[in-house]
Design a binder for this molecule. Structure first.
Ligand code: ADP
Length: 198
């Protein structure tokens, strides 16, 4: 099973990604978490990544692509994976296409979690009070939403055209969203040519 989960900052990707990973017994790989983990290392690259993240901008594609490529060769990815927060740019889409082709595998579905923009800002503002993430400041929240709209939202169309997009309403209780998500994934699996009876 090879899956992606996409959605604007605050859509609840991380929470749902964890549940999808458990369900299909595949690793849920978050580029945001991997970059946050770099905080512990005091290298020039780690410092650059921290500054970029705190501003709400994207880490450069070459850095991000390399981090992902290195992660996907790990043993636990042999049976599949769920990427949370990657790809976010067209360049990353092309890079991932190459990695998948090399490994002779294909994406099964791309989950898109959709949430109203006002609700997203409200969620992130609430989270900033509890989690203390550097990129949950009001300016960084605005930047992240805008960067998502400009650079990442167009990717949904790319995956829609490939017949991979599974859109899920991300508004409501976490468990309710999870239920919606699995039934949408089941419907998608039942309608793809490889598994359909017709
Ligand atoms: P969110 O979805 O709320 O922005 P993430 O934890 O997924 O949170 O990402 C946090 C930050 O990590 C992003 O704002 C960006 O700076 C960096 N990042 C994560 N994934 C990518 C990516 N695929 N390309 C570039 N930057 C990324």
């Amino acid at each position: 099973m090879h899956l992606l989960i996409m959605g604007p900052p605050g859509a609840g990707k991380g929470t749902q990604a964890g549940r999808i990973g458990e369900h299909y017994k595949i690793p849920a790989i978050s580029t945001g978490d991997m970059f946050r983990a770099m905080r512990d290392s005091d290298t020039p690259l780690a410092r650059q990544v921290q500054d970029i993240m705190a501003s709400g901008a994207y880490v450069p594609d070459d850095v991000t692509n390399q981090v992902v490529a290195d992660r996907l060769v790990a043993d636990d990815c042999a049976g599949g994976f769920l990427l949370d927060g990657y790809p976010r740019t067209l360049d990353q889409v092309a890079f991932l296409d190459g990695v998948l082709k090399e490994a002779d595998c294909e994406l099964d579905a791309v989950v898109s979690l959709a949430v109203d923009p006002d609700e997203l800002v409200a969620r992130l503002t609430r989270r900033s009070a509890t989690d203390g993430r550097a990129d949950d400041s009001p300016e960084a929240i605005r930047t992240r939403q805008q960067v998502y709209v400009d650079q990442t939202a167009p990717l949904l169309e790319v995956y829609r055209q490939r017949g991979l997009l599974v859109e899920v309403d991300g508004l409501g209780e976490v468990d309710e969203v999870t239920r919606r998500l699995f039934s949408a994934l089941d419907r998608h699996a039942g309608s793809t040519p490889a598994t359909s009876a017709s």
